[in-house]
Ligand binder design. Structure first.
Ligand code: NAP
Length: 257
């Protein structure tokens, strides 16, 4: 097979959570451009619908929006029921929805601490499990990709995000556990660990940007959502059919130093 054809998503279908905006939206745009039909999953249905119709118009692919609060297993099950009725089969599931809070560990209240774990870790499990059940039933496996973070590997400063770091380290090791359990169904489970990516949330933390840049190798830079596309397309495509239980750090070199 010609090398570039291995990376094509032609004829593949699946969902991306947290895809109404930010990294998830960029992945959805590029997956559609690479040939995939894509379900845009988000807690914010109105924005998800706007994003889906923009991408469908631009790419000519089937792109449908679904509302799902990933913290609720029943939402994930309902999502898969609606998805299967609309798309029929699933090839990839990208569990990308995530949040961060910036409370210090001495003062954080239990609800805020738990909320980050709920969205970032339990949420990833809920949609991964719902997708894996369909992948197992359809008998030809699939690719599950979750967004971890460089915060799964290092502790970021000066912000205080111990709960976020714990949730992302959890995503990375959860995925290794799922990769072991689901290999027999030909379901591959991998993570991508982005560095600082200038979505609206991060770009608004203007006082932090120079501090983070200083911690990077000289000449390096902060990232954009587009910088992550190659890793996710690799993992969703047949090019990665021997990769499972792996984590791909894409951080402009931040975690080297
Ligand atoms: P973003 O722009 O805030 O997008 C995240 C999307 O997820 C939003 O549309 C958000 O909706 C949605 N969401 C939040 N809670 C949800 C829930 N319970 N159920 C379903 N959807 C939910 O964030 P991003 O920067 O693109 O980040 C995407 C992922 O990358 C996250 O997992 C994040 O931790 C990870 N990441 C980001 C960076 C970075 O520098 N940006 C670095 C490393 C890893 P609402 O806005 O309505 O809540």
């Amino acid at each position: 097979m010609p090398a570039l054809d291995m990376f094509s998503l032609d004829g593949k279908k699946g969902f991306i959570t947290g895809a109404a905006q930010g990294i998830g939206k960029c992945l959805a745009e590029n997956f559609a451009e690479a040939g995939a039909d894509v379900a845009i999953v988000d807690v914010n249905l109105e924005l998800a619908q706007k994003t889906a119709s923009e991408i469908a118009k631009k790419s000519g692919r089937k792109v449908v929006a679904y509302q799902c609060d990933v913290t609720r297993a029943e939402d994930a099950a309902a999502l898969m029921e609606a998805y299967v009725s609309d798309f029929g089969t699933i090839d990839f599931a990208v569990n990308n929805a995530g949040i961060a809070t910036f409370d210090n560990a001495m003062d954080i209240d239990p609800e805020t601490f738990r909320r980050v774990i709920d969205v970032n870790l339990i949420g990833v499990f809920n949609t991964a499990q719902a997708a894996a059940r369909v992948m197992k039933a359809q008998g030809r496996g699939g690719s599950i990709i979750s967004t971890a973070s460089m915060s799964a590997h290092i502790v970021n400063v000066p912000q205080t995000i111990a709960n976020y770091c714990a949730s992302k380290a959890g995503v990375m090791h959860l995925s290794k556990g799922l990769a072991v359990e689901w290999a027999k169904y030909n379901i591959r489970v991998n993570t991508v660990s982005p560095g600082y990516i200038q979505t609206e949330l991060v770009a608004s933390l203007t006082d932090m940007l120079p501090i983070w840049k200083e911690k990077m190798p000289e000449g390096s830079r902060l990232g954009y959502p587009e910088d992550l596309v190659g890793a996710y397309i690799y993992l969703a495509s047949d090019a990665s059919k021997f990769a499972t239980g792996a984590d791909f750090v894409v951080d402009g070199g931040y975690t080297i130093l």
